[in-house]
Design a protein around this ligand. Structure first.
Ligand code: NAP
Ligand code: ZN
Length: 345
């Protein structure tokens, strides 16, 4: 067993605190890498607070994980000691279902999430707020040495979760894209939308994020608490990508779509949404969802980012300050992804 240092929540109501546990020994197909940086996703906060469902505790969150390989199993072919490596939202899947065969492991009914899940061995998985991790080779990603490693970490979730739907719905040149919510996912959606050639508007509740939105490449910025600005934006967009983590008014956002427009949900509020079907029928509009991305597409996204020099805008924090980061995240005060420096664990 590999003794592992971590920060864990012991239940849904107590702050994260230091905790030690054992990871499995490196098997013939496993890669072990020491974690250098881990991004802080809003999903971490949803999970430790039992927002979506009752979690498995103690819980070690974190699924934007990067580091260096320190050990590989005897059958591992793609990695060697010293390589950079990363892992995102899941660490295993059945590899036999139609989704897995089509490089959509994220939709495999037996996928194993990086934390707050049971692995095929029946044991809980523990995430990246820890100093080392053991993952099956097929679920480990290659990371370019060219980019700032800390700023690459958020690509493993915020990056792929926005890249994948923009690619799937072929968002690009000639399209007007609105990014709803300028946080971790939202700021990556702006970067990818701009890189793919779309005209990008940020729809935000925070007027003080306008300068940042424009610096990130957005062409327009709209404050959704101002009814006049919302009215003026009616029937404007081909696509809206919705990254909001809390309850919100879907009908208002649907009204800003053109005929045949597509509203892509990636944000995961804990409560069911209220939607008037009239907001779909009055314009043949679609409300769709997308989750993470498969391993092949995640590698493609990482390679694309290395080629085009795309990383997250990050604020580095010490492990002990995680609860402060959560409080700020809850208030929408994220600029634009917290990343934990694992040396501070
Ligand atoms: P985040 O960094 O906290 O950003 C969310 C942003 O939404 C905030 O910065 C804020 O932007 C806006 N917002 C927050 N509360 C709002 C409200 N009540 N009404 C309107 N806007 C609000 O969160 P994140 O890490 O990007 O994650 C966003 C959501 O995506 C979470 O629910 C997370 O669980 C989910 N997620 C889903 C997937 C997937 O596979 N589908 C993957 C990762 C995360 P403004 O200040 O600009 O308004
Ligand atoms: Zn995430």
């Amino acid at each position: 067993m590999i003794e592992t240092k971590a920060y864990a929540a012991q239940d849904g109501n107590t702050p994260l605190a230091p905790w030690t546990f054992n990871r499995r020994e490196v098997g013939p197909h496993d890669v072990r890498f020491d974690i250098l940086f881990c991004g802080v996703c809003h999903s971490d906060l949803h999970a430790i607070r039992n927002d979506w469902f009752d979690g498995i505790f103690p819980m070690v969150p974190g699924h934007e994980i990067v580091g260096r390989v320190v050990e590989v199993g005897e059958h591992v072919k793609k990695f060697k000691v010293g390589d950079l490596a990363g892992t995102g939202c899941f660490v295993d899947s059945d590899q036999t279902c139609d989704n897995c065969k089509n490089d959509l492991e994220q939709y495999c009914p037996h996928r194993v999430f990086t934390y707050n899940n049971l692995g095929f061995d029946g044991l809980p998985t523990y995430g990246g707020y820890s100093n080392t991790i053991v993952v099956r080779e097929e679920f480990v990603l290659h990371i370019s040495e060219k980019l700032n490693l800390a700023a690459v970490a958020p690509l493993l979730c915020a990056g792929i979760t926005t890249y994948s739907p923009l690619k799937h719905w072929k968002v690009g040149k000639g399209h007007k894209l609105a990014v709803i919510g300028l946080g971790g996912l939202g700021h990556m959606a702006v970067k990818f939308g701009v890189a793919f050639g779309a005209e990008v508007t940020v729809l935000s509740t925070s007027p003080n994020k306008e300068a940042d939105a424009r610096r990130l490449g957005a062409h327009y910025f709209l404050v959704t608490s101002d009814p006049k600005q919302v009215e003026e934006a009616k029937l404007s967009f081909d696509f809206t990508i919705d990254t909001i983590a809390a309850e919100h008014n879907y009908n208002m956002y649907m009204s800003m779509l053109k005929t045949d427009g597509v509203h892509i949900c990636v944000g995961l509020p804990d409560k069911p949404a209220t939607l008037s079907i009239f907001s779909l029928t009055g314009g043949r509009k679609s409300l769709v969802g997308s989750g993470m991305g498969g391993i092949k597409e995640t590698q493609e996204m990482l390679d694309y980012c290395a080629e085009h020099d795309i990383v997250a805008d990050i604020e580095m924090i010490d492990m002990k300050d995680i609860e402060i980061a959560y409080e700020r995240m809850q208030k929408g005060d994220v600029r634009y992804r917290f990343v934990i420096d694992m040396e501070t664990l």
